[in-house]
Design a protein. Structure first.
Lengths: 329, 332
């Protein structure tokens, strides 16, 4: 750990990381509940267990940076600043949602926070993110485009096409591989000849690293360092975050492909528990900190649910609006 | 330049007109850049961008690796983030490799994001048969793209349109695909020196007639015009409608022509089944059935992979005699 990294290890910044992870966890747990209650429909992909990745990376970014996410992006949107109520309304399919109810869980968008969307074709967001970075570079803007994707994307041809062009043209893009070891139900070593995903990126001549994705401080430190290099004009960087999803792939997944023991083992490394324990052992956590954070998160989420409940359905006659610019029903 | 000089017509090819359109767009707007396989050092597979690398440099005339889905996706992202990219895909069959980015991203983003994000991207590609390039370089998938809401599909078939539709497409806030038929690149013609931007939402009547409407686009336009001349020798005056834009279709111009002539022959180099010609035929039935004196006829490509041998390729495509025969069939 460098001196610069240590600067962030104060109570305030650690509490903030803890707060953000708990917000995401509580938000997603509420989503699961609302799915059972049939308020949220369609596919719902939860990232419970993976919170350290989006939390650490988002903490390392500037407001002008752009985010491209996947279909497992609730936490990313929330931490980027998209209001919880707008996300929840979107999950409910309401007109007040951040995509007007057209996208749902998998397609959250928010121009104001430069959240360029959740993409549900695996790998589909990668070239788009590189193109955004190309635009920034051509326009001389010092921004970073951050592209999140799962390790499953590394099997797609477009992953390799994008790595090549991003490195070839030194584009200011930070690739964040959220490696949760399963592409839906297919274990990494059953689908990849090289299971170190960051090695693949490395072979395209870009800065590429691996980090413990269950350690939010390590993720933030690595993301901040790599983002600074990208911003400086050193070309793209790649960060593989080794993480784990505690819950099913989606709400339809009976999880036949992994053992309960494996899940329990990973739960021992729960990023929230880990940070809480560490802060406590370092005397950086007060007794009521966690309960206060949870209460505030629950209040925010309850307000979001109420907002979503009270939301409107988009009038059917609006349905054809926005297929083209300026075209209303 | 004075006005007289402005109007001086120069002789050039369709390819030159495409290049002039690119040069003009690049000069007008620094957000515009061209990206694709061999567009720079090679000068473009069909020579369209020859010389532009020297003029605008490698940042704006950007040679790409052979990564159709990848660089098309980069075009989508660059368009989302303030640029006005022109992506060139070498030939229409290769564009199938980029379908994911075109259909799943470019076409959907505005609607799926609740109107927040538009993709002002232009994709150009060569299309069609006639050069003995065989089955993997000769198809016509314009109709397939015209099926997709969120896309606009253009088929310039004249020098004026090759010169004039690109700029309008670049000004459009949504993704536009421009199909350049390979058999048009060497077509000679004249272009006024002040030729400029043209609308991209209107069909054009290229030849007036009263007896039958020949409705076509792209590489079939010269064949339809030749057929009209042939028919005229026997007293049948064909009206030739150049669709110019396949999505959105200009129903008004199509229907006005059909209501006037009361007969329609649709000439489409795509395969007949599920084709653009089928869509146009259906629209005529839906809107002008009682104005017709004969069933709508179609001249399409044979439903086979386009063959290499010259005689088979010729036989597989809509040709002037086929159009003449179809027109005679409906005019009795």
């Amino acid at each position: 750990m460098t001196e610069a990294d240590k600067l962030h290890l104060n109570r305030e910044s650690l509490l903030d990381l803890l707060t953000q992870m708990i917000r995401v966890r509580r938000f997603e747990e509420k989503c699961a509940e609302l799915y059972q209650a049939e308020k949220i429909r369609g596919f719902l992909h939860l990232a419970v267990g993976e919170e350290a990745v989006c939390t650490g990376v988002m903490a390392a970014l500037a407001p002008e940076d752009a985010i491209v996410g996947t279909y497992r992006e609730h936490g990313h949107a929330l931490l980027r600043g998209v209001p919880a109520k707008d996300i929840m309304a979107e999950m409910f399919g309401k007109f007040e949602g951040c995509s007007k109810g057209r996208g749902g869980s998998m397609h959250l968008f928010c121009a104001e926070h430069r959240f360029f969307g959740g993409y549900a074709i695996v790998g589909g967001g990668l070239p788009l993110a590189a193109g955004m970075a190309l635009a920034d570079k051509m326009q001389g803007k010092p921004h970073v485009t951050v592209c999140f994707f799962g390790e499953g994307a590394a099997a797609e041809g477009v992953f390799h096409e994008t790595m090549n062009m991003a490195a070839l043209w030194k584009l200011p893009v930070l690739f964040i591989c959220e490696n949760n070891l399963y592409a839906m139900g297919t274990r990494l070593d059953l689908s990849e000849s090289e299971t170190d995903i960051h090695e693949k990126a490395q072979s395209y001549n870009m800065r590429s690293e691996k980090v413990d994705g269950m350690d939010v401080v390590a993720v933030e430190a690595a993301a901040a360092r790599l983002a600074a290099m990208v911003r400086k004009g050193d070309g793209p960087a790649f960060l593989e975050c080794r993480t784990y999803r505690f819950r099913a792939h989606s709400m339809f997944d009976p999880q036949l492909y992994r053992s309960k023991e494996e899940v329990e083992e990973w739960k021992e490394r729960d990023p929230i528990k880990r940070l809480t324990d560490w802060m406590a052992s370092a005397n950086l956590l007060h007794d009521d900190d966690v309960s206060k954070i949870e209460a505030e998160a629950d209040k925010e989420i309850a307000d979001a649910v109420a907002f979503a409940e009270a939301g409107q359905w988009e009038p059917v006659e609006h349905m054809t609006a926005d297929v083209y610019a300026g075209a209303t029903s | 330049m004075n006005a007289a000089k402005n109007n001086e017509a120069t002789e050039l090819t369709y390819r030159d007109a495409c290049r002039e359109a690119l040069r003009d767009a690049m000069s007008r707007d620094e957000r515009v850049f061209l990206m694709g396989e061999d567009v720079g050092h090679y000068g473009g597979c069909y020579g369209v961008s020859k010389g532009l690398l020297e003029e605008f440099g490698p940042e704006r005339i950007r040679d790409t690796p052979l990564s159709e889905n990848g660089f098309t996706g980069l075009g989508v992202g660059a368009a989302l983030n303030g640029m006005r990219p022109i992506v060139e895909i070498m030939t229409v069959n290769f564009s199938l490799l980029a379908l994911d980015q075109i259909v799943n991203n470019a076409a959907l983003l505005r609607h799926m994001s609740g109107g927040q994000f538009g993709v002002p991207l232009v994709i150009r590609m060569a299309t069609g048969a006639g050069r003995q390039l065989a089955a993997q370089h000769s198809h016509s998938f314009e109709g397939l793209y015209a099926h997709i809401p969120g896309l606009k599909v253009l088929t310039p078939a004249t020098l004026e349109d090759a010169r004039g539709m690109l700029w309008t497409a670049l000004e459009d806030p949504d993704p536009v695909i421009i199909f350049e038929h390979v058999m048009l690149y060497n077509m000679m013609g004249t272009l006024s020196a002040d030729a400029g931007a043209l609308p991209i939402d209107k069909a054009a009547v290229r030849r007036e007639g009263k007896d039958v409407s020949l409705i076509t686009y792209g590489g079939s336009l010269p064949k339809a015009l030749a057929a009209a001349e042939e028919l005229s020798k026997n007293g049948v005056e064909a009206e030739v409608v150049d669709l110019r834009t396949l999505r959105p279709l200009d129903d008004e111009t199509i229907l006005a022509s059909v209501r006037k002539t009361r007969r329609a022959v649709i000439v489409d180099e795509g395969w007949r089944t599920g084709s653009l010609s089928a869509e146009i035929s259906a629209r005529i039935m839906e809107n002008a059935l009682w104005d017709l004196d004969a069933p709508v006829a179609r001249v399409c490509s044979a439903e086979i992979p386009i063959p290499y041998s010259h005689h088979l390729e010729e036989a597989a495509l809509p040709q002037t005699p086929d159009i003449v025969a179809a027109a005679r069939g409906v005019t009795g």
